[in-house]
Structures are given as C-alpha cells and as structure tokens.
Design a protein around this ligand. Structure first.
Ligand SMILES: Nc1ncnc2c1ncn2[C@@H]1O[C@H](COP(=O)(O)OP(=O)(O)OP(=O)(O)O)[C@@H](O)[C@H]1O
Length: 767
C-alpha cells in the first residue's frame, strides 16, 4: 500500500487517540465527581440506604421516604457505573482504536466508518469509531465489495461497499494494513495465528470469519448447535457471541443471566480474559461436575474424569449397555411418567426430632395419598408440605402447655425473656408468657420445620431405586439387579455415579417441584459431545427460559467413544424438538499449521470436511524409543522446545501416567503437573492427561506413549485427534517400543520418523 495512504491513516489514528485522551481526562473528572456524590448521598441518608443497585428488589417497603432515598442512591450508583464502563471502554481503545475500515455509499452519499472494540463519539457527535457489534459493522465481516444488505432494528438496509481495509495497530502505531475484497482477508489472520500462544485465550474480533459471524449474531433461534472441527473457533465464536448479546440487550440482559458449562476448571480459567478484553463482564461458568455436585449435598457425584479413568481399567459390555440405556433422553421421559403415575406414592421417610418420630412416613404418605389422584406429583407434594406445616403449627400450639416448656419458662432469666420478646409488647402477663412459650417451642421444633421446608422427608435416592426395579432393563435381570445393588452400596459410600446423577435430580425436582432457574436467559455448553442426552435434557429442564448454544465436535469424543454411537447431532435435534433449531458447521481449522492439521485429520476415518488453514510449519515428528530409554531424549526435547515456545504440553493417556512422568522429569525440566482440580494454566512446560487438554492449545505438544498397546482401538483415533489438534506450531509424538498402529498406518509423507537408534544417540551420546 502506498506510503502516503499509510501516513494519512496514521495521522487519523493519532487524531483519534488524542480525542480519546481528551475524553478520558473528562470522564475521569466526572467519575471522581460522581463518586463524591454517591458517597455524599449515602452518608446523608445513612446505612439504611447503602444498597447495591442490584439489590433493589421487590421487597415491600412501607416507608416512602426511605424508598425515595434509596432511589437517589441507586441513581447515583448507576451513574457512576455508566461512567466507569465508559472509562473502561476508552482505555480499551487507547492502544488499538480500531482494526477495520469500510467505505460505503449509502443513498448516493459516500461514508467512511472505522470499526473497533467500542463506539467512540466526539463532542461534535461524529462517530470516530463504531462498535464491532453495531448493525452496520456486520458489513465488515460479511460483505464483499458490492451491494450489501445488513439488518438494523428497523429492517434491512442496503449499501454499496466500495472498500474494506484491515489494520494491525499496536500501541497507537499502524504495523500492518491492507485493503481486501474478501470477507476478512488471510494476511492478518496469518500473522495472528502464527504468533505464540498465551495462557489465556485471546479475542478474535479483528479477524472474525463469515461463518463464525453467523454464530455470533444469531438471535433468532432457541437452540443453536455448532458442530465444528478441532480449532475451528467454536469457543472463540461463542465468547464473542456473549459479548454481542450483552451489547444488543443492554437493558434486559446481564452477564449473570448467562451460564457457560465448561469442560474443566482449567478451561474456565483459560477463557476468562476474553470477555473482559472486549469490555464485558464474564458470564457465570460451571463444570457439569460442579453444577451436579452443588445439588447433592453430602454425596460425591462421580466426574467424567473419574469415570474415564475407571473405564480405562475395564468396561464390560453389559455396563456399556446399561449406561447407554440410562443416558438416553427417553430415560427421563420414563422417569417423568413414573413420577406422575396416578396413585403412586414417592419414597417418604420419617421426620424425626431428637431421635423420636415427629411425622412418620406413614402419615406423610397418607396426606400425599389423599390429594386428587390426577394432580401432578409436584402439586401433591406441595399440598403435602402445606398440610405438614399446618400440622406443625397445631403441634406448636398444643406443646406450649407441655411440662418441659413450663419448666423452661420458670427458669428463664429476665434477660433471656427480653431477648425472646424483642420489640413485642403485650397488654398482660398471660399473653406475654404464651408468646414466650410459643417461641420456645418454635425454636425446639425448628429442625422439623427445616425438614419440611427442605424436603428432607422425600428420599429421591430410594425412590429412584424403586424406579430402577420397575424398568425394562436392556440386560439380563441378574445383571440389572447387580447394578441396582452396586447403586445401593455406592450410596452407602456417599457416591453417585454420573449416569444416575441427572436422572435422580430430575426425579427429585419433578416430585418436589424444584430445581428450575427461570432467571437464566442463555446457556452455553462447550464440548457438547461429552454430555449424555439425558444430561442435556435435564439442563434444558433446569433452565427452562434459556436459549441454548451447544458447541462441540463429535470427533473429539474422548470420553465416550467406548460405548456411544455418534449420531449426536441427529439425536440432539430430537431432544430439543420443540425449539427452533439452527445447526452451523465449522469446517475450517485455524489453530494448527497445515502439516499438523493434515496429520490430525488423517487419523480420522471420515475427514473430507476438515479444511486446513494454510499456515506453514514443520511436519509432526514420530520418535520411537525403547520403553526404558525415553527419559534423556525427552528431557532434551522439552528443554529445547522451551527455548522457543511460550507453552509446551506433554499429553499422556491418563492421570496416573501424567503423575508418573512428572516424577521422572521434574528434576531435569521446569515442568508442572496439571490435574482435574487445578484452576490455573501456566506458561512453560506442563504435563497433563489428554482429556484435561480439551479446549486448550499449546505452542508445542508432545504426545507421550503413542504406542501400540496404549492407542490400539479404532475408537482411540478420536483421542489421538484431540491430542494432535492441541498443537499450534509443533507436534512430537513419542512411541515406546512400537508406535500405535493408528499412527503407523498413516501415509508416511504426513510426518517424519526418528528411529530409536538415532534418538538414543542424539539424546544421550554416552549410550
Ligand atoms: N477468526 C479467527 N481469527 C483469529 N484466530 C482465530 C479465529 N478463529 C479461531 N481462531 C484461533 O484458532 C484457535 C482455535 O479456536 P477455538 O479454541 O475457539 O476453537 P475450537 O473450535 O473451540 O477448538 P477445539 O474444539 O479444538 O477446542 C484459537 O487460537 C483461536 O484464537
């Protein structure tokens, strides 16, 4: 591009930055003033009004004056928050005010628009920068040079796009810029993808690709399913989608009303910087294990990782069949029918107080059974609860004349009596005594109240056991009975297996009428292939108002290949049959170099759809070494890789192998072991089992023990594919004794081989 153009563009960058600086000074002053104002109002009206704006809820407030003061505080706080957000946006724009420019002709008038992380308007109301999420900015991502139509809140608009320019601006200097007629050209993408990785994921706003833009801007569908090959930007697109949705529903949507289910805590941490880098708050994040664990107090719900490690030892055919049976969406339908069977009584247990039965299971059963037979279980349950509360109240009234109460009354000090009375005043001593006696009884009976309120009289675990007993099992009766026994003995050890967790929760929620969160508006599920249909159905039930975005890759099915057929997409559409569904396929893989993507895709039996992004690099290396002589070579390799790479990962088959390898290497390589309970990724060299690396990426990946015996089964191809596709620039596979047949069978031109003798000699000349 001509020098003069570049100078002109640089002059504009300088101009915008100067304006930004001016504005920032003003906003800082305004913010300081606003803060003083908030403090002043809060002080003036005292503690009663010191509220967080989000706490201004629908609690009844009788005192109108206080209400008015609260509104004033809320307004002041809100004003401060708006200014804070603006300050944050201006800071974001300082280094890189924008990354794109479009020249358009609209209604015969030429116009030039610059696109950046946020809108910036000067005092003359000129738009110096447009937010990348503004309707007109979609032209930048979607349009080629011609007439283009974009959607506005008032309907479609058509303009002519005459030029599109991309910039890389660092610390206010344009380091790269060029015009393109493609959607978003390859050159800048090349340099972004060629860079070293970080321990945090970066945002991709400057280089969003057209098909990713569709995911980001879809607001029409209740269910968006993104099936994308490894490294195709599913996670990236979905995070920009969150930012997009927050921008477009500023008034009605808060980040707290969005939940992202992440595959593990490392991943949650890895993506945690993307939204803040876009000037937005992070949405809520949870792993499925955390979500389930919170709902079962006192029980440990088996995690996917624990199950994977256990399966790895043995997974008999019958166990697979049982798991498939329980993980169907239909299993939950059967549970629902079971829960609402007319005349059926859930499994109730006694409510006890101090070791004595207070309300027996028999009494509770009678109350439940007396409800209209056709009512739902939840309605009957609610009526039962109300009836129990009523009976409790009667028991309290009667109990105040019991001896123990009268004795307690007699021995109360005047201080204790005053504490109980609080602000209550009575006309005569008798009423006062009755009040105090009632409070004493209420206090003594409070465990009963808690038990009723918290549904402790329902035993969903045993109720589920009864359900199991009446199922039409997919295996022989004695095998099913054995599973039921194992379920009971696990319960005694306070363990609930993963396949039973969502069903037990569902049963409990159906009966107790609980477990649904109506406030959540969006749920995002990453690595959807790791979820069973039953779990997805349960999440749909738990967040009934939420629109869902599911993303995943059926080919990175590390956890379930052993027993699940993979027509996932078909099934999923059936599970959410009532919603408006859109399926988007992402087939272009951006993460890895061309040789690594070509190698990874060759591992899969069906791979024609995977398109590699053409970024050059060295071929993957397969090093075969004797089983007991890998150490020296591996140490050398890792130390070498660390010289030129920010992140290096050694990926093992399971956690035990990772721990063992760590113990072997830790004295000679600066290396860290990562386990399922870790939250934080580190730069440098890490060792972790491959399943924990899902969703993550590293400059260099060393696959350890890619040997015959470790990766033998056809289904292991998915695990190897996941492993290989974690690498951005370098992939090295270490086979012990003999390489995995899955790799050995690949065309030889896809990788380089280094044989044992060379490796041993190169790694350890003393040998
Ligand atoms: N449009 C883009 N511009 C720049 N980088 C991109 C783009 N799309 C994807 N990438 C990069 O490609 C890599 C993979 O992206 P991401 O992790 O979102 O993919 P994914 O489909 O979720 O991967 P996987 O399923 O393998 O975990 C990341 O480094 C991301 O920054």
């Amino acid at each position: 591009m001509q020098n003069q153009t570049k100078q002109e563009e640089q002059a504009r960058v300088d101009f915008v930055r100067a304006k930004l600086k001016e504005r920032l000074t003003i906003v800082k002053q305004q913010l300081a003033r606003a803060h003083r104002e908030t403090t002043r109002i809060e002080r003036a009206y005292g503690d009663a009004t010191r509220v967080n704006i989000t706490e201004i809820d629908d609690r009844m407030e009788t005192n109108a004056a206080v209400q008015q003061q609260k509104t004033m505080v809320a307004r002041a706080v809100e004003n401060e928050q708006i200014l804070e957000k603006e300050q944050q946006r201006l800071h974001l724009l300082q280094d890189t005010p924008y990354f794109g420019r479009i020249d358009i002709i609209q209604d015969g008038e030429p116009d030039t628009l610059y696109i950046g992380l946020g809108t910036f308007i000067d005092q003359d109301d000129d738009f110096l920068v447009y937010d990348w999420r503004a309707p007109i900015a979609s032209i930048y991502y979607n349009g080629t040079l011609s007439k283009v139509t974009y959607t506005t809140p008032f309907g479609p608009e058509t303009v002519e796009l005459v030029n599109k320019r991309q910039f890389t601006i660092e610390h206010g200097r344009i380091t790269n810029m060029f015009d393109t007629d493609e959607t978003v050209g390859d050159e800048i993408l090349q340099s972004v993808l060629g860079a070293q990785s970080d321990v945090y994921m970066k945002n991709i706003v400057a280089t969003i690709q057209q098909e990713q833009n569709d995911i980001i801007r879809d607001t029409k569908h209740d269910l968006l399913v993104v099936q994308g090959v490894a490294g195709s930007g599913k996670t990236s697109a979905v995070l920009q989608r969150v930012a997009y949705l927050l921008y477009h529903s500023q008034k009605d949507l808060d980040a707290d009303q969005m939940v992202m289910f992440s595959p593990n805590q490392l991943f949650a941490n890895y993506i945690s910087e993307v939204l803040p880098s876009l000037g937005e708050k992070n949405m809520r994040q949870a792993t499925l294990a955390e979500f389930l664990g919170k709902r079962f107090s006192g029980l440990h719900v088996e995690t996917l990782f624990e199950r994977y490690e256990r399966d790895h030892e043995s997974l008999p055919e019958a166990a697979k069949a049982i798991r498939r049976y329980k993980e169907r969406a239909g299993y939950l339908d059967e549970l629902k029918a079971y829960a609402n069977t007319p005349g059926r009584i859930p499994y109730f247990i006694d409510i006890t107080l101090n070791g004595e039965v207070f309300f027996s299971a028999k009494t509770i059963t009678k109350i439940f059974a007396s409800q209209p037979a056709q009512a739902t279980a939840a309605n009957k349950f609610l009526d039962t609860k109300n009836a129990l509360i009523k009976r409790l109240k009667t028991r309290i009234k009667l109990a105040i004349y019991d001896d123990w109460v009268q004795e307690r009354l007699g021995s109360l000090s005047s201080g204790e009596a005053r504490d109980i009375l609080g602000d209550e005043r009575f006309e005569n001593g008798e009423d006062e005594q009755r009040y105090i006696a009632t409070q004493l009884v209420k206090d003594a009976f409070s465990p009963v109240y808690d038990a009723i309120y918290n549904d402790y009289f329902l035993d969903p675990y045993q109720d589920y056991a009864r359900f199991l007993a009446q199922c039409q099992p997919p295996v022989a009766g004695n095998v099913w009975a054995e599973m039921s026994r194992a379920y009971q003995s696990d319960l005694e050890a306070h363990i609930l297996r993963l396949a039973d967790a969502a069903p037990v929760l569902y049963l409990r929620d159906l009966i107790a009428g609980s477990g649904q969160n109506h406030a959540i508006q969006y749920v995002f599920i990453d690595e959807m292939q790791d979820y069973s249909m039953a779990q997805l159905r349960y999440l749909h039930f738990a967040f009934p108002k939420a629109k869902l975005t599911l993303l995943g890759d059926a080919r990175q099915d590390v956890f379930t290949t052993d027993y699940q057929p993979s027509d996932f997409i078909h099934e999923i559409s059936a599970v959410f049959a009532t919603s408006s569904v859109r399926l988007i396929n992402l087939n272009r893989s951006y993460r890895s170099t061309l040789p690594i993507t070509n190698f990874a895709k060759a591992l899969l039996p069906v791979n024609d759809h995977i398109q590699a992004f053409t970024r050059g690099g060295t071929k993957p290396r397969l090093v075969t070494v004797p089983k007991n002589a890998y150490r020296t070579g591996l140490i050398r390799t890792l130390n070498q890789l660390l010289e030129t790479n920010t992140t290096v990962a050694v990926l093992t088959r399971d956690a035990a192998q990772a721990a063992q390898l760590f113990a072997t290497l830790q004295l000679d390589v600066p290396v860290q072991l990562l386990t399922a309970s870790d939250h934080q990724l580190h730069a440098g060299c890490v060792i972790l089992p491959v399943y924990l690396a899902k969703g993550l990426e590293f400059d260099a990946v060393v696959g350890f023990d890619i040997s015959a015996g470790t990766y033998d089964q056809a289904s292991d191809a998915d695990v190897l594919y996941t492993l290989a596709s974690r690498a951005l620039h370098t992939l090295i596979l270490i086979a012990l004794d003999r390489p995995s047949p899955l790799v050995a069978a690949l065309p030889k031109d896809l990788y380089e081989t280094i044989d044992a003798a060379d490796h041993a000699a190169a790694s350890n000349p003393a040998h």
